[in-house]
Ligand binder design. Structure first.
Ligand code: ATP
Ligand code: MG
Length: 414
């Protein structure tokens, strides 16, 4: 598990605030659920035969002897909360969440044991339009963060009946090639054959190019849905690729499944995964409530956004001061300017003016404010422009009396 260090946190904040803007514009509401849930929620909600439940969960017994789990994903918790609080009585729920998730996996770039997801869930909506909208929210958000080499892959997993027929056919086909499969896939044939399609083993992947395709098992109704989704995506100009081998790792998906990937992520190429899960809410004791959602891995998103997103916002003013009276004035004016929404950095070195100026330069501040004994005695403030596009402006200095705060602020934000 990893620390999020100060050098990265502003990048995270930037990404999160972009997400919040997109969610607000789409009329979504936030939901915050506990990090610990009863283990049963995930074994029922995600499925016993998935990697997540079978191999990756952090489970423990609490002092009351109850089996608890650190949540490995957000959807099951959101669904539980919706059922527990009967939120669907108020109509369909369009929600977002964010926070840490926990999976016992082999750590590597873009894969951690504690990682962070930001996710969206539309619960109680069956229309294909809701799928296109949900996808568009992810797509536009990622573009706004500055990612432009993304691929959207979509698939239809059909209805339960379509999928069951396909599973039987796939099992037969795989059993005939049992010896050619990797060991993990051999174990999965009978418990969770669909997951084999998601195998990361190269020789299995090659073999699967010839495997039967879910596409041939879709009922007319499922096909019509899938065609309509494609039409809607074309309408809103979101490019997509059809990938008939795309299945989600979790059991509860049906019809549309999708992933947004980037070649710049190496083997952990998926930044966003989502799809329709029509059976989950009723599985957890709620009403029939068709739903669709996605989750984005924050760590992978930050890797893709690159250095640019991690850059700190530079201060508007770096305050240089010397002497006790100057120090008092420096702190006072700093508080006043911060109240006016300016970013102010105070010098703490107590070094000579020239050294403080060097620090001001390094901070990349737009202005240096200089307060020496002289200024303090006269209750004056001297500001000096540190960087500007126009070279001849560089050495400009201005003096303000402290009573002239409005004038000073006007100059600083000019
Ligand atoms: P993968 O195939 O990469 O293991 P997954 O199918 O298990 O992904 P989901 O459960 O769909 O992933 O989670 C959605 C997103 O959360 C992923 O696309 C990824 O960006 C992120 N994610 C999942 N597991 C991890 C992890 N261990 N560390 C960092 N990010 C993760
Ligand atoms: Mg995984």
């Amino acid at each position: 598990m990893v620390d999020l260090l100060p050098a990265q946190s502003q990048g995270w904040q930037k990404v999160e605030s972009i997400a919040l803007e997109h969610f607000n514009r789409a009329g979504l509401q936030e939901i915050r659920t506990p990090i610990v849930e009863q283990t049963e929620l995930f074994s029922r909600g995600i499925g016993e035969n998935t990697d997540v439940v079978g191999k990756e969960m952090y489970n423990f017994n609490d002092r009351g002897g109850r089996s608890c789990t650190l949540r490995p994903e957000g959807t099951a918790s959101v669904a539980r909360s919706i059922v527990q609080h009967s939120l669907l009585n108020n109509g369909p729920q369009r929600l977002w969440y964010r926070g840490p998730m926990f999976r016992y996996e082999r750590p590597q770039a873009g894969r951690q044991r504690q990682f962070h997801q930001i996710g969206v869930e539309f619960v109680g909506l069956a229309s294909v339009m809701s799928e296109a909208e949900v996808i568009s929210i992810a797509w536009e958000f990622l573009k706004d963060v500055g990612l432009n080499d993304l691929t959207l892959e979509i698939n239809s997993l059909g209805s339960n009946e379509d999928r069951n027929a396909f599973k039987e056919e796939l099992k037969n086909w795989l059993n005939q090639r049992f010896e050619l499969l990797d060991e993990d896939s051999q174990k999965r044939i009978n418990v969770n054959p669909l997951r084999i399609l998601d195998s990361k083993n190269n020789s299995t992947k090659k073999l699967l190019c010839e495997a039967p395709s879910i596409n041939d098992f879709l009922s007319n109704e499922s096909k019509t849905r899938f065609d309509y989704l494609q039409e809607l995506l074309e309408n809103i100009k979101i490019p997509y690729k059809i990938n008939n081998n795309l299945v989600r790792g979790l059991d509860y998906y049906s019809h549309t499944a999708f992933e947004i990937t980037s070649d710049n992520l190496g083997s952990q190429s998926t930044v966003c995964g989502g799809g329709r899960y029509d059976g989950l809410i009723s599985e957890l004791g709620g009403p029939q409530a068709p739903s669709i959602g996605w989750a984005i891995g924050m760590e992978r998103l930050i890797i893709l956004a690159g250095e640019k997103i991690l850059q700190r916002k530079s201060p508007d003013v770096y305050v240089i001061h010397r002497g006790e009276k100057a120090e008092q004035l420096a702190l006072k004016i700093t508080c006043q300017l911060r109240s006016a929404n300016l970013i102010i950095e105070l010098d703490y070195s107590g070094a000579s003016f020239s050294k403080q100026f060097k620090r001001a330069d390094r901070s990349r501040a737009k202005w240096a404010m200089v307060i020496g004994e002289d200024e303090a005695a006269k209750d004056q403030l001297l500001i000096k422009k540190l960087r500007d596009n126009q070279k001849d402006d560089e050495s400009k200095e201005y003096i303000f009396s402290r009573g002239d705060l409005d004038q000073l602020i006007k100059k600083l934000i000019d």
